[in-house]
Write a protein that binds this ligand. Structure first.
Ligand code: SF4
Length: 278
């Protein structure tokens, strides 16, 4: 039997009919790979936008935040493994259409000052068709779209979504492919997504979680800050503190002093650097 190849992310999973990809969110159906988590909602909350974290885009306003299941990365320190590392049938879901969610966002805009919809919690780009369809409906209602993502997707996906996304927080998890080999990702793709969104006029912020012994050298954060500064020194960078989670329970929390010192290193290249989880 022939295989279908997924072109959503650099893993390029080759799938027999009916099989799920490594992200558990996409499945081969009728000879092509389709979004299996379309409209399957595991998490929904009206969060402050600062929680995404996004600090410099409509501060103080809430955003209706939704997530599904699945992720194309395997970060041992995942903070959301209960939904990101599971598939259909392994986690409770509700069904919702883009129109229903956009109507809810509009009602919350009237009643609570909601900005729009944030696609977050699991990795939204493994279900990018749902993000696209929601984002169109959200814009049609005069509201805003926020993407919180690892950015590890092919250019065809991010280029299609970029005009629909108003603000984003993209993880840049480490400074090299070596680091991304550890988490099962593609460094160049994450960098390209940041560039693509920024070039499209999206407000882009970036987060780096500092994991002791993995990316806590000054040269690591300097390389990340240098890359971001080459796009714009105004890109905000969130340097955040690691706490033991998921499969990385034997590593102690990042010392607060380390996070602050690395933030100071980043400030030599970027104008807006924040510390998180401290
Ligand atoms: S999006 Fe999922 S199915 Fe597609 S290549 Fe990536 S991991 Fe594989």
């Amino acid at each position: 039997m022939s295989e279908a190849v997924c072109t959503t992310c650099p893993r390029h999973c080759r799938l027999a009919e009916g099989a799920f990809g490594a992200c558990r969110a996409r499945r081969a159906q009728n000879g092509r790979v389709a979004c299996a988590n379309y409209g399957r909602i595991t998490s929904m909350a009206l969060d402050p936008i600062e929680k995404k974290p996004i600090a410099f885009f409509h501060p103080g306003r809430p955003v209706l935040s939704i997530g599904s299941y699945g992720c194309n990365l395997r970060c041992p320190f995942c903070q959301n493994d209960a939904i990101s590392q599971h598939g259909e049938g392994e986690v409770a879901t509700d069904s919702a259409t883009p129109s229903e969610l956009s109507d809810l966002a509009q009602r919350l805009a009237r009643e609570r000052g909601n900005l729009g919809i944030a696609y977050t919690y699991n990795e939204p780009l493994v279900g990018w068709e749902f993000v696209r369809d929601c984002a169109r409906e959200v814009h049609a209602r005069g509201l805003l779209n926020v993407l919180v993502s690892n950015g590890v997707a092919e250019a065809s996906v991010t280029e299609e979504l970029a005009p629909l996304i108003d603000a984003a927080n993209i993880d840049l998890k480490g400074p090299s492919q070596d680091f991304y080999d550890w988490v099962g990702g593609d460094f160049a793709a994450a960098c390209r997504t940041i560039k693509t969104l920024h070039a499209a006029g999206c407000h882009v912020e970036v987060t780096t979680l500092v994991v002791p012994g993995r990316n806590d050298a000054e040269a690591d954060i300097d390389a990340i800050a240098s890359f971001l500064a080459s796009i714009s020194p105004d890109i905000p960078l969130h340097v955040t503190r690691f706490f033991p989670r998921f499969r990385l329970l034997d590593v102690p929390p990042t010392p607060v002093a380390t996070v602050r010192r690395l933030a100071d290193v980043a400030r030599t290249r970027l104008r807006r650097v924040l510390v998180g989880n401290c």
